[in-house]
Design a protein around this ligand. Structure first.
Ligand code: DGJ
Length: 725
């Protein structure tokens, strides 16, 4: 090779290998991952401007900060045309700001200018400061070059001598390339109907996704994807983001009249007020973003891998999720030692690896009207304490898990009688109860210590491997009367920080302890709770047909490994009955669990369950840690098809679930993805539903021609396991 060409190539590789480049000549920053680049530049006026977010670039010297724009009119000032990286609310800016403050003298103008920056490996900090006052913002960027993910957050610091109040603190503003015709995809829902996929054009104005409920909420999940208007599962440009905050959060998607689309997200500014004394800081939650040049499938796969390896405790080294049994749907509050032992014995025979006793084991908890807060074992139900049951479970070679709902209290409890002041409340106002319970004010240090204390005691005294941490109501009357009036709204933030602290301390003290995040199903699922837990309960709705869509939406943002999915008894909440095989094939696409009343299982049911659990164990590494390809959506097809390909490519598994056959039509041919075209695959269906009779087929054939499955009638399904030869 010519020497000059070789040198150029070398410099391309060296530059591309640097995840953060700064060009002093152009005053630009280029942040690179394998899948994307993100760039900023400094304007002549000292403002930090966004320059680029999209497919990879490699040379920061190509970039120059755009010159300042001109006002279009006195109604359309130049500030509205500039893509600021982190706009303060000040000057003639009318779009959603990233930061809004009030000084103690009432002055609210904030114009942020560049001060300095620091690059350390994959981290970049850029310090901005107000034009006049030392009100500082440090923008934090962390690049995950192998994952295609950029993490953003901000620290706001009051370096003045006077108090100020933060009124809006966002983690990031994400600017899309100038243009129109974008489409927004987002997840909505409600209790028992979470993570429904919505897809719609972005028009001028604001669309707000948020929670005002104190927890992440079932109504919106803090994830978004914006595509160029023509993207599909495996084609088209998709920009995506996921916010990590388990309290009140907000993501606004805004198209201005100037062909600009920007996404602003962080702490919800509704009922928000966060005073900062001189020297104090406020840290915003992390907001993760990425770009896929080839559709929603790669966007999800990027987030899945990133979450598994960089977010979850233990990362890539954490164990595969065990097959779990949960007592809730079988026994509700009517738990007792013998009943749980009987279920445990039956569960062990099926191949279950973790036995979780749900609600009802403590205090006077015979229904949802009493006992919450009293975390002592109910002596009528468990005369010997929990030890007898736990020893029995461990003798059956299963781990033991226990349900807790640490943040809550029933009025009818010893805890509430002793500490009525511990609940969130406004004095003299009603204390609204939902599911007959109130919320303990975790923002208070004494409440935080109480909760940590009893969980620590349970984890220490008993061999608890797993807590199912439930949270069964949204906030109301969010008062913190013991705090100074100006500080009372800090509750929204401090509650969440203390929740995180308890989880972190528990894990540090009990390194083997695993935790499930449940909030009446999927009310608390986001990338910050996921840094502290191992599994989530996506929905209280275990109807296998409804689950197809709940699981599809979940998979847009979150990996199968954390998606707890149970097989339960029918009829389910819709009075629908689906066959046991269909229920298993649905639940086997996540972290498989069983919640059926095993006392009612026939021999045939038990045999089918044991067979499915054995099949699941064969494929679980592929399902939990492989690449997901959504081949057919339950929103548009009568057959839902998902394919999982193991990281080493040796195994793939395809789930095809048909909810209703009409007009005697055959199920559509399934063209696979992500295989090695030149390889041969041994192909088998777990329940003999393959039309193809050849025991082996080539990757090329499977991807180009496809497989046919014999799915007939309503609620028929199969899993096809492919082993590369
Ligand atoms: C709500 C959860 O989502 C259920 O799985 C169960 O644990 C109940 N709470 C128990 O009260």
């Amino acid at each position: 090779m010519h020497r000059a060409a070789a040198l150029l190539l070398l410099s391309v590789f060296t530059l591309a290998a640097q995840s953060i480049q700064y060009s002093d000549s152009g005053k630009t920053w280029l942040l690179n991952t394998r899948q994307s680049s993100y760039a900023m530049g400094l304007g002549a006026d000292g403002a930090l401007r966004h320059l680029y977010w999209g497919a990879p670039l490699w040379r920061s010297d190509d970039l120059t900060a755009p010159p300042p724009r001109r006002d279009i009119s006195s109604f359309d000032p130049r500030q509205m045309l500039e893509a600021e990286e982190f706009p303060g609310w000040g000057g003639p800016r009318y779009y959603e700001p990233a930061l809004k403050i009030t000084r103690d003298n009432g002055n609210r103008d904030l114009v942020l200018r560049y001060v300095s920056h620091r690059i350390a490996g994959n981290d970049l900090d850029i310090v901005l400061k107000d034009l006049n006052d030392p009100i500082e913002v440090t923008l934090h960027y962390r690049v995950y070059p192998d994952y295609g993910i950029l993490r953003r957050s901000a620290t706001i610091r009051n370096a003045t001598q006077r108090a100020l109040t933060v009124e809006s603190a966002q983690s990031a503003t994400w600017n899309l390339p100038p243009g129109e015709g974008y489409q927004l995809t987002y997840l909505t829902g409600r209790w028992a109907a979470e993570t429904q996929v919505n897809h719609e054009p972005i028009h001028e104005g604001q669309k707000v996704l948020e929670s005002r409920k104190g927890h992440t909420s079932h109504n919106f999940n803090p994830w978004f994807a914006i595509d160029s208007g023509d993207a599909g599962e495996e084609h088209g440009s998709v920009w995506f983001g996921a916010l990590g905050w388990s309290g009140n959060w907000r993501i606004s998607i805004e198209q201005t009249p100037y062909r600009q689309v920007r996404v602003t997200g962080g702490l919800n500014s509704f009922d928000f007020s966060y005073p900062l004394k001189p020297g104090e800081t406020l840290e915003t939650p992390p907001f993760f973003g990425g770009f896929s040049a080839a559709g929603f499938g790669p966007a999800s796969r990027m987030l899945h891998r990133f979450t598994r390896e960089q977010i979850l405790p233990g990362g890539a080294t954490s164990r595969l999720r065990p097959v779990l049994y949960n007592s809730w749907e079988a026994t509700t509050f009517a738990v007792n030692e013998q009943g749980q032992k009987d279920l445990a014995g039956k569960a062990a025979k099926l191949g279950v690896e973790m036995f979780v006793m749900d609600d009802g084991w403590f205090g006077a908890r015979n229904n949802d009207r009493a006992g919450l807060g009293d975390w002592t074992v109910n002596p009528q139900k468990f005369p010997q304490g929990l030890k007898g049951l736990i020893d029995h479970v461990t003798s059956l070679k299963m781990d033991f898990g226990l349900w807790v709902e640490p943040e809550m209290v029933n009025a009818n409890s010893d805890l509430y009688r002793a500490h009525p002041d511990w609940v969130i409340n406004f004095p003299g106002r009603p204390r609204s109860e939902l599911r007959n319970q109130m919320i303990l004010n975790l923002a208070r240090a004494d409440v935080k210590e109480y909760i940590f204390g009893f969980l620590d005691r349970l984890a220490t005294e008993y061999n608890v491997r797993y807590f199912k941490w439930d949270m069964n109501r949204s906030f109301s009357e969010p008062g913190w009367p013991e705090a100074a009036p100006a500080d009372q709204r800090k509750l929204w933030v401090q509650y969440v920080l203390n929740l995180y602290e308890i989880l972190d301390r528990l894990r540090a003290k009990h390194p083997n302890l695993e935790i499930e995040s449940c909030s009446g199903g999927g009310g608390r699922i986001d990338l910050s709770i996921l840094q502290r837990i191992d599994e989530v309960w996506p929905s209280d709705n275990t109807d296998a047909f409804d689950r197809q869509r709940i699981q599809e939406g979940f998979s847009m943002a979150y990996p199968a490994k954390i998606m707890s999915a149970w097989v339960t008894d029918v009829p389910n909440m819709n009075t629908r009955s689906t066959p046991l095989a269909f229920r298993f094939l649905t639940a086997m696409q996540g972290a498989l669990g069983v919640g059926s009343n095993l006392n009612k299982f026939s021999e045939a049911d038990s045999a089918l369950a044991a067979g499915m659990i054995a099949a699941y164990k064969r494929i679980r590494a592929t399902v939990q840690t492989g690449d997901l390809f959504r081949l057919a959506s339950p929103r548009t097809n009568d057959v839902t098809v998902n394919q999982y390909v193991a990281a080493d490519g040796k195994q793939a598994v395809v789930f095809a679930l048909r909810h209703s056959q009409q007009y005697n039509t055959a199920a559509p041919t399934i063209r696979l993805r992500g295989l090695d075209a030149r390889a041969l695959y041994k192909v088998e269906s777990v329940n003999n539903k393959l039309v193809e009779r050849q025991p082996q087929l080539s990757g090329a054939y499977l991807m180009q021609v496809g497989l046919n499955v014999n799915l007939r009638g309503d609620f028929d399904g199969t899993a096809i396991i492919l082993e590369r030869q």
